[in-house]
Ligand binder design. Structure first.
Ligand code: S3P
Length: 173
């Protein structure tokens, strides 16, 4: 099993990145980096507060800076924020430093998973299937072209998703 490279999990909010990342960490014994959590810890404030006080553009800069830092750290499972692919530079950085896996789910599935969360500023005031579907459509080609492997997560167990990613990672040895 290849453990000398990062595994970046990308995909829309609620696609299952954090859950899959924790399962992969247990199976592969690699460190886990939850990008949002690390940014929040480093800034000493919640992601919603960063958006509110400094705006989305500033958050995107923090995200890009963290990706560059991760490129210099030990190989890890990286659960990325859903908007990480918006910057082409971020995509290059991920491709250079590891494998990129796209976790994909239908807008209805996403909605069910995130509807009770108030921690996603992008969806505050936009918490409905139509908005999710529209934003997902705008980002679809970015996710697809960034990733070398796609895993559908609708109606699937953590084990199934994790197993599929591990088989892909194994084939990259
Ligand atoms: C965002 C997704 C969030 C977080 C921020 C912006 C996005 O991460 O980075 O709220 O633009 O899609 P999750 O995908 O982990 O919810």
């Amino acid at each position: 099993m290849r453990a000398d490279k990062n595994i970046f999990l990308i995909g829309f909010m609620g696609a299952g990145k954090s859950t899959a990342a924790r399962a992969l960490q247990r199976r592969l014994q690699l460190p886990l980096v939850e990008m949002d959590a690390r940014i929040a810890a480093e800034q000493g404030m919640a992601i919603t507060d960063i958006f509110e006080r400094f705006g989305e553009a500033h958050f995107r800069e923090l995200e890009s800076a963290l990706l560059q830092t991760l490129g210099r750290e030990a190989p890890s499972i990286v659960s990325c924020g859903g908007g990480v692919v918006v910057s082409a530079h971020n995509v290059e950085e991920m491709k250079r430093n590891g494998m990129v896996v796209y976790l994909k789910a239908e807008p209805e599935t996403i909605y069910e998973r995130v509807k009770d969360s108030s921690e996603r500023p992008i969806l505050n005031g936009n918490m409905n299937v139509a908005y999710i579907a529209g934003l997902m459509e705008k980002r679809r080609s970015l996710y697809e072209s960034a990733a070398s492997f796609t895993v559908v997560t609708d109606g699937r167990t953590e084990d199934e998703i994790c197993g599929e990613i591990i088989r892909f990672v194994g084939r990259q040895d």
